[in-house]
Write a protein that binds this ligand. Structure first.
Ligand code: ATP
Ligand code: MG
Length: 429
């Protein structure tokens, strides 16, 4: 195929064989979130570039290296959204939905775009399902978010394959003090740092804690730790969160290296990670961002949220072999008709059955064909039963009813009796 007819690298087609798994995941999540009282929000997939530059922040990989940014025909700089939080905050402010302390509990799902090196579990168009909550400052809501993700893993049958990493980042003042201490410590060892970390010394030093480079991790062993710099209120918040996770029996690991390097992140940070997917093991990440709304010029508004990567979750479901078999349930009936008069009667009958038996999975043969070829198609479709209509059946106002799987003889059923007969057979199958 010529190059121009290929999909863009890192942007995947989700083919019909896979969409049932995606829909299962999305529906399970949406159902759960509705049960917890969250509402869906749908946002544009493009925003003005400035929104992300301000909302995610210079000095992050996303803004510095990963955005799909271009000028539109009006010379305005637009960016394909790399994440969902900035757009959600923009929408809250634009529509006045967080003013006067209004609580908002929102979820969203959709494609995100980042110019990254494509590999297993890392793509340039990928999909996130996320939650954002506004105007609830306490640890109770942080706990609820974590607990509901845990319930999702349980529903999906993957709870044993993921672990919760938890940290508190303290207030932004506490982190500023810690950052100074960390920078002072690393400054003395600057030459030994890897190149990325050297760059982060000026842009985003806390992200160095997160470095995957072993020599850098070795340097960090003696470094000051964030928890020595925490403010009292943040400690109390963290204790409150842990108490709630303990109350429901949710296990966690404290990971002091789990940071989000920006000033408006504070207190709770968490990630759900798995060791079953190789390097791309984080399936969900989130935390508190009380400073973000004011970053956009709004009144100070507490916020907390998370986002999970759908591709990684689909991979994990498949790796664990926990995709429910019934997702691929084949048709109930395949209707064969021979000759134009029978085809017309079969069409009318099929439409009657669709009305009379809600949810019936009925395939009506298309493209005519001989007995042999229609039976072959009926069999291949995986349907439980074939309905057969030729001139004789038409004259007698019956159909041939033929079980395609297992035992059972073909028998004639009167058209009037068909809905009831089918409903009963499908229920048994
Ligand atoms: P990572 O460290 O893996 O790059 P991140 O910190 O950039 O992740 P977030 O911005 O917190 O990720 O996004 C939340 C989730 O979205 C991640 O935990 C992951 O599951 C998923 N995700 C992020 N980037 C990608 C990508 N390029 N391809 C697929 N999934 C992704
Ligand atoms: Mg990333």
């Amino acid at each position: 195929m010529s190059k121009s007819l290929q999909a863009i690298r890192g942007m995947n087609d989700i083919l019909p064989e896979q969409t049932p798994v995606w829909r299962y995941l999305e529906n399970t999540f949406a159902g759960l979130l509705e049960e917890y009282g969250y509402s869906e929000i749908r946002l544009p997939i493009m925003e003005f570039t400035e929104l992300f530059a301000r909302g995610i922040g210079e000095g992050t990989d996303v803004v510095d290296k990963e955005m799909y940014t271009f000028l539109d025909r009006n010379e305005e700089s637009l960016t394909l959204r790399p994440e969902g939080t900035a757009g959600t905050v923009r929408a809250m402010l634009e529509h006045g939905l967080t003013g006067g302390g209004q609580v908002q509990k929102l979820w969203y799902a959709g494609p995100m775009f980042r110019y990254e090196k494509p590999q297993k579990g890392r793509y340039r168009q990928f999909h996130q399902i996320g939650v954002e909550v506004f105007n609830l400052p306490g640890p109770d809501i942080d706990a609820e978010l974590i607990i509901l993700t845990w319930r999702l893993w349980q529903k999906l049958g993957m709870a044993d394959a993921v672990t919760l990493q938890l940290n508190t980042l303290g207030s932004s003042e506490a982190r500023a003090r810690y950052r100074e201490a960390l920078v002072a410590y690393l400054q003395e060892r600057f030459e030994q740092l890897d190149e990325d970390s050297q760059r982060r010394m000026t842009t985003n030093p806390l992200r160095i804690l997160d470095s995957k480079v072993e020599s850098t991790q070795a340097l960090l062993v003696g470094a000051p730790t964030l928890h020595d710099y925490l403010d009292e209120e943040s400690i109390a918040h963290f204790e409150g969160l842990k108490a709630r996770l303990d109350a429901v029996g949710l296990r966690y690991e404290i990971n002091q290296k789990l940071v989000r390097g920006l000033d408006y992140y504070c207190r709770t940070a968490f990630e759900w990670v798995t060791d079953r997917l190789g390097a791309q093991g984080t399936v969900c990440g989130g935390g508190r961002y009380d400073g973000l709304v004011s970053q956009f010029g709004g009144k100070p508004t507490p916020g907390v949220g998370f986002a999970m990567g759908v591709e990684r979750l689909v991979l994990l479901l498949e790796t664990l072999g926990v995709v429910p078999a019934e997702l691929k349930r084949p048709a109930d009936v395949y209707v064969c008709a021979f000759g134009e008069p029978a085809e017309l009667a079969a069409l009318a009958l099929a439409e009657k059955l669709r009305s009379a038996v809600p949810g019936i999975r009925l395939l009506l043969n298309a493209g005519a064909g001989s007995f042999k070829s229609q039976f072959k198609k009926a069999d291949k479709s995986g349907a439980q039963f074939a309905l057969i209509l030729g001139d004789d059946e038409l004259a007698a106002r019956v159909v041939g009813f033929k079980p395609l799987r297992g035992e059972g003889e073909q028998q004639n059923i009167a058209w009037e009796a068909l809905p009831e007969h089918l409903a009963a057979c499908i229920q048994r199958a």
